[in-house]
Design a protein around this ligand. Structure first.
Ligand SMILES: NC(=O)c1ccc[n+]([C@@H]2O[C@H](COP(=O)([O-])OP(=O)(O)OC[C@H]3O[C@@H](n4cnc5c(N)ncnc54)[C@H](OP(=O)(O)O)[C@@H]3O)[C@@H](O)[C@H]2O)c1
Length: 311
């Protein structure tokens, strides 16, 4: 019997002390929130995105909060870019513990109007960018028994008609996560995904503005409508995803592998979720639910009780 990892409250603020984390798409939205949160938990950061100015802004914000961050301005659609991110991390810190694949941008629109280039771009960034980054980082993660966290999206299972590219890319990322989680169990690397629903970032703001213009209301009314249509209590905030990311990457969830967390639809009768009680106590899990179950086929000794599965 293996003792569960219990982190005392006093140590929670620095659950990731001494860790080195790469976060892609760290200049804005969900990636920025995750980077800031991991820094607060004690991790040193490598921030990756294209725009140097915004990256420096986030790095400065982390430094102002007492954290450590370096940045690398890259277009992750370029084949060689992910390896350059890994090199930058090794040059800055000499090791890598965590890779968060978050960068993603796919064009929405009518299927027949989406071009070959739109499809290629969507896959080049989010799918191949993640695959290449993980390939380049894997030996270094293996050396430190590290972790990969993929930020994907519920559209990978339930894409609407405007989301053919994003849904297909996310579907591929989900399959990649499942395969990688099994390989990770073999190699001692923890692999999980978070499947956000709608989260209030610049990307969503554009959609809300378009909806407001179409229906003659304001963006807040469009947000309320969208939440109602999506059958969620409220739209997500970047910090909701960051909270879950910090939990998944913390020692408290070391036994979670191959899981995809997603927005939960309705509170259960206690307003709680299926996440462990330690997460509930800290309010981490308000909006999230794991969609994984024990898998009796898992024969490894790391007690990976969670297998990626349908719900
Ligand atoms: N927001 C949502 O409702 C929602 C829902 C489900 C899933 N997601 C997923 O969550 C992730 C983050 O979404 P978000 O809403 O936070 O996005 P966002 O606000 O648009 O931010 C995207 C980030 O990715 C970077 N990026 C974009 N193209 C890049 C490229 N070619 N190379 C390197 N970096 C690039 C951007 O910086 P630069 O432009 O400077 O490169 C930025 O830092 C995405 O994978 C998205 O699919 C979001």
């Amino acid at each position: 019997m293996v003792d569960p990892v219990i982190v005392p409250d006093a140590q929670r603020a620095a659950r990731l002390a001494g860790k080195i984390a790469i976060v892609t798409g760290a200049s804005r939205g969900i990636g920025r929130a995750i980077a800031l949160r991991l820094a607060r938990e004690g991790s040193a950061l490598v921030l990756a995105a294209r725009d140097q100015k915004t990256l420096i802004g986030v790095a400065d914000e982390i430094a102002a909060g007492g954290g450590v961050a370096s940045w690398v301005a890259v277009d992750l659609r370029v084949t060689a870019a992910p390896a350059a991110v890994v090199r930058a991390a090794l040059e800055a810190y000499g090791a890598i513990d965590i890779v968060v694949n978050n960068a993603g941008a796919t064009r929405r629109g009518d299927f027949l109007e989406l071009s070959e280039a739109d499809w290629a771009d969507g896959f080049a960034l989010k799918f191949f960018g993640a695959v290449r980054l993980v390939r380049a980082a894997w030996p270094h993660l293996q050396a430190r028994r590290g972790a990969v966290l993929n930020i994907i999206g519920v559209g990978g299972r339930t894409p609407g008609p405007e989301f053919a590219i994003g849904g297909s890319v996310n579907g591929a990322c989900l399959s990649f996560t499942k395969a990688l989680a099994d390989i990770g169990i073999r190699d001692g690397i923890q692999v999980n995904a978070i499947n956000p629903g709608f989260v209030r970032t610049d990307r969503l703001r554009g959609q809300l503005e378009a909806a407001a213009a179409d229906h003659g209301g304001d963006t807040e009314a469009a947000a309320t409508q969208l939440a109602r249509r999506s059958n969620v209590v409220r739209l997500g905030e970047p910090d909701d995803v960051a909270n879950l990311a910090a939990f998944i990457l913390s020692p408290e969830s070391k036994v979670v592998a191959g899981c995809a967390g997603r927005s939960r639809r309705r509170p259960d009768k206690n307003g709680l979720t299926a996440l462990p009680s330690s997460a509930r106590r800290r309010g981490v899990a308000h909006n999230w639910r794991q969609v994984c179950y024990p898998d009796p086929r898992t024969r490894n000794r790391r007690q990976s009780f969670c297998q990626f599965s349908q719900r």
